[in-house]
Design a protein around this ligand. Structure first.
Ligand SMILES: Nc1ncnc2c1ncn2[C@@H]1O[C@H](COP(=O)(O)OP(=O)(O)OP(=O)(O)O)[C@@H](O)[C@H]1O
Ligand SMILES: [Mg+2]
Length: 479
């Protein structure tokens, strides 16, 4: 990415932070009191300097704002853990007066700067909890995490200068989820969210049509979202369109033109231009699919942010919240099994994703193991019923095993991969502290259609009693 783009992102973030403390009432009041040497307000900075005074405090506040902007401009695009560690160490050393908290395994990315105390606070503080009464589609369920929280703030910052953010990350790192979450949380009175998925067939016409369907004529040649609203237009998988003979990708070239000139030509009367107002573009790409990079002339308009897989603890916390909310009406034995399910899945997931022999190659290109697999396993437990599973820890362990086999083992094509997988599974299974032979006992099949055929109304997951029983249901259905 070109260096100038990083500098522009840095300036955009600083612009916002600077204007925020000068326009928001709570900050205006705070800094006014500080200027008047109010002892209570000066005391808030006594932890970071001796004898705080307005001028010294402001220097510290500006330094903190600069460091925050550095993190989310120069530091944000780093995806490799060693690069992130290097950036973490360098910034900690350079940010002389504003010390980052020395928490084990923490990085500068994990903190936000609080201007009212000139200290760094963890993003975990004040993070929202999942809505326990959520009853929508599982695919729309988003658990607030440190990533969704800090990206929400970053998008709000960028909205101020209408500069987009370009999320890059391998499959399943939560790029789409970050935007989905932002669309759910944003102020709907002021913003409208729209998204389009690019694929190899998307051409500039298709892109223009989707964009135009989200804007309306304001007056004259001006087009935009309904008055006083801003349109946040998210282009998912932006690098997917076909690369043409000239090395360009049609819709990307059009997108660059729209951002550069803020207008699009009317395809029916080329002399007419539609000037677009209040439209902000966001984009995401998986650098391992589609074209490996997109036109730098487009990317320079965005702040590039690399998303990485959440760490093991964050994953466990996320999925534990989902299961806890479902298991709330279950008995104590089942509720106590929730941490075992999450820990066991996390153990297998980490082992599989870290195992270099299980990486995709030309002959096993489908070895794409990512967060979606974890999600699918947890999703199945949402089909369990409190009465049927009452006190049945073994039943839950067996269901977990069945789901892991369905999601992971069924994809393995080599005996040595399966042997490794079984090793990982047995490590995970040890979390349940049950006899392995009981857990593995055949038939290890759970279905929701056998109970439905036998008169159950809900699609409840139940174990198959015997293969003959399953066979008879299938034969009945075929006839
Ligand atoms: N905060 C979250 N809460 C709930 N589920 C999440 C969260 N973050 C990620 N996930 C789950 O992780 C999986 C992958 O997320 P997502 O689809 O956003 O990844 P992606 O980076 O867009 O992947 P791709 O490149 O394949 O499009 C999804 O199943 C999603 O439900
Ligand atoms: Mg996606």
């Amino acid at each position: 990415m070109c260096l100038m783009a990083y500098v522009q992102s840095l300036c955009a973030i600083i612009d916002f932070l600077y204007d925020e403390i000068r326009t928001q009432k709570q900050y205006i009041d705070h800094f006014k009191k500080l200027k008047d040497s109010d002892p209570d307000h000066l005391a808030k900075y006594s932890g970071v300097m001796q004898n705080p005074n307005y001028d010294d405090v402001m220097k510290l506040v500006y330094e903190g704002m600069f460091a925050y902007a550095m993190i989310w401009s120069f530091g944000a695009a780093l995806s490799d853990s060693s690069d992130r560690s290097w950036f973490n160490g360098t910034l900690r050393n350079k940010a002389g007066k504003i010390k980052f908290p020395e928490i084990q395994n923490s990085q500068v990315y994990d903190f936000r700067f609080d201007v009212t105390t000139a200290t760094w606070e963890s993003w975990y503080e004040g993070m929202e909890k999942m809505d326990p009464d959520y009853d929508g589609l599982y695919s729309n369920l988003i658990v607030p995490t440190i990533e969704t929280t800090r990206q929400n703030r970053l998008i709000n910052i960028h909205k101020y200068s209408k500069k987009g953010i370009f999320y890059a990350g391998i499959a399943g790192t939560g790029k789409t989820t970050v935007l989905k979450n932002y669309f759910q949380c944003m102020n709907k009175e002021e913003n409208i969210g729209a998204s389009v998925n690019f694929n190899s067939y998307t051409d500039s016409l298709a892109f223009q049509q989707v964009l135009e369907s989200n804007v309306q004529k304001r007056y004259g040649r001006l087009w935009g979202p309904p008055p006083s609203k801003k349109l946040i237009f998210f282009i998912d998988d932006i690098n997917m369109p076909k690369v043409d003979t000239y090395g360009t990708q049609q819709p990307i070239a059009l997108c660059r033109q729209i951002i550069d000139y803020k207008m699009v030509y009317d395809r029916n009367a080329l002399s007419e231009q539609k000037i677009l107002e209040d439209v902000m573009f966001m984009a995401s790409m998986n650098p391992k699919s589609g074209s490996f990079f997109v036109d730098l002339r487009l990317q320079r308009h965005f702040t590039t942010v690399a998303l990485i897989l959440p760490d093991k603890e964050a994953l466990k916390a996320m999925y534990k919240q989902i299961l806890d909310s479902h298991f709330v009406n279950f008995d104590q034995v089942c509720r106590d099994t929730v941490p075992c399910i999450v820990d066991a899945t996390a153990a297998v997931f980490t082992n599989i994703t870290m195992d270099k022999t299980l990486l995709p190659t030309a002959t096993k290109f489908h070895y794409q193991f990512n967060l979606r697999d974890f999600s699918k396993i947890i999703q199945t437990f949402l089909l369990t019923d409190a009465k049927i599973m009452r006190g049945n820890k073994l039943g839950l362990a067996r269901l977990w095993l069945h789901e892991c086999h369905r999601v992971w083992r069924d994809r393995l094509i080599r005996a040595e991969d399966e042997a490794k997988y079984m090793q990982y599974i047995n490590t995970g299974l040890s979390q349940f502290q049950l006899k392995p032979e009981d857990c593995h006992a055949e038939p290890l099949v759970f279905t929701s259609f056998v109970p439905t055929c036998k008169g159950f109304n809900d699609p409840t997951l139940m174990p198959v009693v015997s293969m003959e029983d399953l066979n008879s249901v299938l034969v009945d259905k075929l006839e």
